[in-house]
Design a binder for this molecule. Structure first.
Ligand code: AHR
Length: 495
């Protein structure tokens, strides 16, 4: 079995926007409490931030973190989460049926972002609240001093403005489950007005309007069109969300989900461009895929009503999930001209690559493709012609091998990410490197496991992890040849 990649140095899709490797922390389950924040824990610093978790986040190099929700944000009052901790209210958290203590909030998040080396992507409540609160929180965060909310921030200990650049205008407002759910017209108008007033406070910010919660929403398509028709001038990005699962234990179809993701992205681009055409606008709306992942293992997890940060949505990821996450990353990269932001949902404990217990933190299987893509997936995405056999799936024809090639001119490197979805057979990958004379294989890292359902646990954290496979790649007479083992994620780096 063969896969052939045809590349040309001058045929590029786009430079990768590093924000494509973003992630997401919601006030949900143990993402914040016991995840990134656990005062008194032996790994916590003096602020209560878990240092072991910070180390793993730094290993990935997460460039942006979306916060504080998610469904949570749609009934959240940001003022509850600032000021002296003893005065912060305990609230019924209605999205997930728990109690929110507000002991970690906006100010702590901003401080934590600085310490972990990431940037905030802050979501506002457009469910139970409206444009007045939207302008207030931008004032709190981004105005230097001398006004009610900027002085409130200073009083709370933050002298310098936070200068949050990226703002989500609510969350999944198309979903009937969303608190304050709206029709497309209602939401489009509200998002347009919120973006307008927020940009009056700080014209340098960028806004993300809610697209559909998935490709399978009944309102998909019309939702995007109507929202943009009503908010085009003040919106910069439109969001997409998707989660896949393998409850039917049908691995070929599960691994073909990246085809559905690819179609979803293509269709949303078409709608953005349709509205651009109708409006005769010069402005292009780009995409923020700000929730994506595998999510289904924890569906039956029960939660005690009104408990505090219980175990919730704690998917334990297996090896085949890592393959799909790799394919989804490849899909995002292949759309780097329009997908400028993406957030793996989520980052710690809740459907996450990083898990914690009181005694440590460890990497789930999906950690590895995410980390390797973030670390090595920089530069220009090449417009690669891929010759590869396909198989029939419920999403349409799926290639046996998903792949993408990146060229970093500055550092003179070429990087190939490839997932072989064939469960039985290896693939031989070839790529003519005629324009990359002298390039040699630096490393071929490969992730596979004999058991598709293998997982990493606290006791066995290294059960599924990449191995050095450099022996399987060589350049001869200007042609790269690599072996992609059956069911594997591969990172091939040349320089
Ligand atoms: O990420 C978990 C949840 O999935 C988020 O709160 C919501 O936006 C989505 O439905």
């Amino acid at each position: 079995n063969k896969v052939q990649l045809c590349i040309d140095r001058d045929f590029t899709i786009s430079k990768v926007d590093e924000r494509i490797y973003g992630s997401f922390i919601e006030h949900l389950g143990r993402a914040v409490y016991e995840g990134i924040y656990q005062p008194g824990n032996k790994f916590a610093d003096k602020n209560g931030y878990r240092k072991d978790v910070m180390k793993l986040i730094k290993e990935i190099g997460v460039p942006i973190v979306r916060y504080p929700g998610g469904n949570f944000v749609s009934a959240f009052n940001w003022e509850d989460s600032v000021g002296p901790k003893k005065d912060r209210p305990r609230r019924l958290e209605l999205a997930w049926g728990v109690v929110e203590t507000n002991q970690f909030g906006l100010d702590e998040f901003m401080d934590w972002c600085k310490k972990v080396g990431t940037k905030p992507m802050y979501a506002i409540n457009l469910g139970t609240r409206g444009i007045d609160d939207a302008r207030n929180v931008v004032e709190y965060c981004n105005i230097k001093s001398g006004t009610k909310y900027s002085d409130m921030r200073i009083k709370n200990g933050a002298k310098d403005p936070y200068n949050i650049k990226l703002w989500c205008l609510g969350n999944e407002m198309d979903g009937p489950w969303q608190m304050g759910h709206l029709t497309a017209e209602e939401y489009g108008l509200k998002a347009g007005r919120a973006g307008h007033i927020m940009k009056l406070v700080d014209p340098t910010i960028e806004t993300v309007a809610c697209g559909s919660s998935s490709l399978y929403m009944d309102t998909f398509g019309n939702w995007e069109r109507i929202v943009l028709e009503n908010s085009y001038d003040t919106t910069d990005y439109l969001s997409l969300h998707t989660y896949y699962g393998n409850a039917e234990d049908d691995t070929p179809n599960f691994l073909a989900s990246s085809v559905a993701m690819d179609q979803f992205i293509g269709q949303v681009i078409s709608i953005c461009d349709y509205v651009k055409a109708v409006k005769r606008s010069k402005k292009t709306i780009n995409l923020s895929f700000d929730e994506w992942n595998v999510w289904y293992h924890s569906n039956d997890q029960k939660v005690e009503k009104w408990s505090e940060h219980p175990h919730q949505l704690e998917d334990i990821y297996n090896f085949e999930d890592a393959l799909l996450v790799g394919s989804m990353l490849i899909t995002l990269l292949r759309h780097a001209d329009r997908v400028k932001i993406a957030c793996l949902a989520q980052l710690v404990n809740v459907i996450a690559p990083i898990m914690t217990s009181d005694t440590g933190a460890w990497r789930q299987t999906i950690f590895y493709p995410y980390m390797q893509a973030s670390v090595y997936g920089r530069g220009e995405v090449l417009n690669t012609v891929v010759k590869v056999p396909t198989y029939e799936s419920k999403h349409g024809d799926a290639p046996y091998v998903d792949s993408v090639v990146l060229c970093d001119e500055e550092n003179e490197t070429l990087t190939i990410f490839a997932v072989n979805k064939d469960l039985e057979d290896d693939y031989e990958l070839t790529c003519d490197l005629r324009q990359f004379a002298g390039y040699k294989v630096v490393e071929h890292s490969m992730l596979t496991h004999k058991d598709l359902k293998a997982v990493n646990t606290e006791k066995k954290p290294d059960n599924v992890k990449p191995v050095d496979f450099t022996k399987a790649s060589k350049v001869e007479k200007g042609i790269l040849t690599s072996t992609l083992p059956a069911k594997s994620w591969n990172v091939i780096r040349l320089a």
